[in-house]
Ligand binder design. Sequence first.
Ligand code: PLP
Length: 355
Amino acid sequence: MIERVIKIIEPKFSEEEKLTVLSILESNQITRGEWTKRFEEEFARYLGVRYAFTVCSGTVALFIALKSVGVEGKRVVVPAMSFMATIDAVLLAGGIPVVVDVDEHYTMDPSQLEDAVKRYHPLVVIPVHLYGQTANMEDIMYLSEKYGFLVLEDAAQAHGASFKGKKAGALGHLSAFSFYASKNVPMGEGGVIATDDDTLAKSIKKWIDFGDHPAFNVRITEFQAAIGYIQLKRLDERNKRRRDIAQKYNEHFNGSLTAPTERPNAYHVYHLYTLRHQERDRIIKHLRDMGIDARVYYSYLLNEIRKVDHLPLDRAESFRKEVFSIPVHPYLTEDEINYVIEGVLSAINTIMEKT
Ligand SMILES: Cc1ncc(COP(=O)(O)O)c(C=O)c1O
């Protein structure tokens, strides 16, 4: 009998969200109102860019971003490790994906990116800020200038992360965010395409505003925008809490498992706290038996699920057999954090005894 369940993902809403949602219902302005405008302005301001366009999901944000740069028939480089939406958006938009390996931080390996760029001449490169940490944007932007490709950041897991003081989502030419229920800013569903570039902004608008150009209705409702706006106010504080929990985990796990490390000059926001161990499946079972939700993000590589061209993927092949994530959400109590630590360490002890 499990006494408790510690969930890996746990969005929480306060009186402020509840009252605001009620007030929107009473106002009858349930779409295309002030909240959407306010959220877009506030999110752009938070990132430090001029434009943030809300759309209905992170997948659609990636898709529209790719459509807006005219990706049809063009090569697009993506990393091997990500949620499948990253590659599906490329395929749906008519791009031709090329998959490259990751570095030791689980994000796109810039040296292999250069090999891929020389061989495939991509129009777009999509670094994914996986688990809440930015990719090596310094090297990727250097290569972008050298070879002239566009950089679309997949920042779906990295609200509030930064690199050299600049926010994830403001480091490339354009970026895509998700506000799915599990994300660091949850709305239920939702997305944003952000950019600081006037020409790109105009092009994005064509795809989402009905007019001369064929467009999609990808709007969010006022309820979602208001929830996002309120959640955004607490983002920094909640990310800080995630970091403190991660720090405590690191102190206990380093040595027995491979704990996540922070890239120099990067601010990791621990959307997921991901460890590595050869006996990953046994650890997950042990944790689940204790009522601790542990999961694998992701057991597949993007080139496998969608059969596309790829370079050698030695790191990703090895990592995906060993990665697993444990709860790190900001609402964990000290007691729960200690219980998770106890769970992981007891799993390791049990494995050591049996081998
Ligand atoms: C890295 C990554 N890219 C894209 C997406 C797609 O976002 P959505 O679920 O809002 O469509 C997600 C999350 O779900 C994600 O984690």
